[in-house]
Design a protein around this ligand. Structure first.
Ligand SMILES: [Zn+2]
Ligand SMILES: [Zn+2]
Length: 154
């Protein structure tokens, strides 16, 4: 496969995953999937939370894309890599940095990463299925915008 096409597909899928993650978080996790996600809006007891099962579920299409990419249709390979890259970014920054599951990561003091952490903390300001704001992750709106939305009741 042409390396440029490979990279473009990878980048488009990686960016598209943010939209997919937003929609899934907004309509599945805070919808019919709340049964698993509620654990993520409550203090964690022990190493894992029921919400971690979503990571297991999302690994299935990524593995399927790898298999298809290697055996049947090559464009599926950069797609699988894009999905996996988003998953890794989410693991490191969402679980590691924001939720302190990797204690060696330091809280950012300024810039985009600080805004990303704040935007997600605002998502966790509400401990219920309804009334939350800030469902995306990598696209982090300014805190004042999110706070205003939160005051309006989302
Ligand atoms: Zn949530
Ligand atoms: Zn979170």
């Amino acid at each position: 496969m042409n390396p440029l096409a490979f990279f473009v597909i990878f980048a488009v899928v990686l960016a598209g995953m943010e939209a997919f993650a937003w929609a899934t978080h907004r309509y599945v996790m805070h919808g019919w999937g709340w049964g698993w996600h509620a654990s993520h809006h409550a203090p964690r007891e022990g190493m894992f939370e029921r919400n971690d099962l979503y990571a297991v579920v999302f690994a299935v299409p990524a593995i399927a894309l790898f298999w298809i990419g290697v055996n049947r249709w090559s464009p599926a390979l950069p797609m699988g890599l894009g999905v996996t890259a988003y998953g890794l970014i989410y693991l490191i920054f969402h679980d590691g940095l924001v939720h302190r599951r990797f204690p060696f990561l330091k809280s950012p003091k300024s810039g985009y990463l600080k805004r990303l952490v704040q935007a997600h903390r605002i998502h966790h300001a509400v401990h219920a299925k309804d009334g939350c704001v800030s469902f995306g992750f990598l696209y982090a709106p300014p805190v004042r915008v999110l706070k205003a939305k939160l005051r309006q009741g989302a």
